[in-house]
Ligand binder design. Structure first.
Ligand SMILES: Cc1ncc(COP(=O)(O)O)c(C=O)c1O
Length: 396
């Protein structure tokens, strides 16, 4: 027993950009004994599960499921279409693009990175220049991170497709929508994406541990021309299994599948367009509060232009390295966990708000109230009326 009063007692709230809040329906679906993995319900639920996953990614093509996190899907996707010695182009607006490019190098590819820094979205002219200079079409794929969670920048995937088409460049368009699927609008087929990678622990609201690679015929043609693909990463049997175990190349992630089924049911009941609209409205409320706080001169958005901000994560900067103290105050004194300044040069001066997946208006107001309280507790200068500004957006 401690003699100190703690206002952190009670249900804590995790407002980091993944893993996200898990809905009770997901937790309850997983709270069950191990199922038979050779016959019955688990096997029978797979066709509808893969169909519904494809619906969320807005594709009529294929999906391969991996027992892996997002890093695993990066390697899985690359392993199917990029042979050692081939080149990929990675336009980077955050830490995760660099990570994917490093993964490409790890499998023996050459990665050309165009670095836009931590606060700028893609500059299409620079990407166009790199593609135009590639007259022999050495570049086999673009590694395009839709929302880079470290910076909270949202990039324009359709514009990248348009650029490839205008230049007649045949590179595959590979998109990472790990932080955007089920949060921000993402439309694989309509946007002309050839390979999409994502994972289950953000907009899909399921515990970390499953990853998905979606691919179309153009990507499959490249896969078919590969000299070799490691058996475990090979997407062919996973997407077209003759036998149940081929979905996973071994034992199925039984409870994750039940959790994912429940999460997909929630998304379907709400409707994906409404899921996107909810995230957008909540993001605008958060930004309205941040706009007011920033009047005090200490808080700044990492991404100045709202049209290039993610609707699922917001990266913020605080002067005098006060991001880490704010996070610690919020966690230890209030029971609110905020995201770290991942990949930022000024790590301690940054923090991130996660607002992805199973999040509603009252959770958003509680998170903002926590940030306001932490700023008050640390005496951080800020404009007044931030919560009122957020409330008026939510009340519209
Ligand atoms: C955009 C993006 N790509 C890749 C990853 C890596 O995923 P994981 O941490 O599941 O390996 C993350 C994780 O946050 C991410 O946000």
């Amino acid at each position: 027993m401690t003699n100190q009063l703690s206002l952190a007692q009670g249900r804590e709230y995790l407002a980091i950009p993944g893993p996200s809040v898990m809905p009770d329906a997901v937790l309850q679906a997983m709270h069950r004994p191990s199922p038979n993995i050779y016959e019955g319900e688990l096997i029978e639920m797979m066709p509808a599960l893969t169909r519904d996953l494809c619906r969320v990614a807005r594709t009529e093509h294929n999906v391969a499921i991996y027992i892996a996190n997002g890093h695993g899907t990066w390697e899985a996707a690359l392993s199917n279409v990029i042979a050692p010695g081939e080149t990929v182009l990675a336009p980077a607006s955050g830490r995760f693009t660099h990570g994917w490019a490093e993964m490409a190098e790890g499998i023996g590819a050459q990665a050309e990175v165009i670095d836009f820094g931590m606060s700028s979205h893609w500059d299409m002219d620079r990407i166009a220049a790199a593609l135009s200079a590639d007259i022999n079409h050495k570049i086999k794929a673009l590694l395009a991170v839709h929302v880079d969670t470290s910076s909270s920048i949202r990039n324009d995937i359709p514009a990248l497709r348009a650029l490839l088409d205008d230049l007649g460049h045949p590179a595959l368009l590979m998109a990472d929508c790990i932080a955007s699927l089920g949060c921000d609008r993402f439309e694989m087929d309509a946007w002309g994406v050839d390979v999409t990678v994502t994972a289950c622990q953000k907009g899909l609201m399921t515990p970390p541990g499953m990853g998905f690679v979606f691919f179309n015929e153009k990507a499959q043609a490249k896969r078919a021309a590969m000299p070799r693909v490691s058996q475990y990463w090979d997407w062919q049997p996973r997407a077209n299994p003759d036998l149940f175990y081929q979905y996973f190349d071994g034992t199925a992630p039984t409870h994750h599948l039940y959790g994912l089924r429940a999460a997909l049911d929630l998304i379907q009941a709400e409707g994906i367009e409404h899921v996107w609209a909810r995230h957008e409205r909540l993001a605008h409320a958060i930004w309205a509060a941040c706009d007011i706080w920033s009047q005090g001169g200490a808080l700044h958005f990492n991404v100045a232009d709202p049209t290039h901000r993610s609707h699922a994560v917001t990266a913020l900067r605080l002067t005098e390295g006060r991001g880490t103290p704010l996070r610690k105050y919020a966690e230890h004194s209030l029971g609110l966990t905020l995201g770290i300044g991942l990949g930022m040069e000024d790590w301690d001066g940054c923090f991130r708000l996660g607002h992805m997946g199973h999040v509603n208006a009252q959770m958003t107001m509680a998170m903002l109230g926590g940030v306001e309280t932490a700023m008050a507790g640390l005496d951080i200068p800020r404009g007044q009326g931030a919560l009122e500004a957020a409330a008026s957006i939510l009340a519209q």
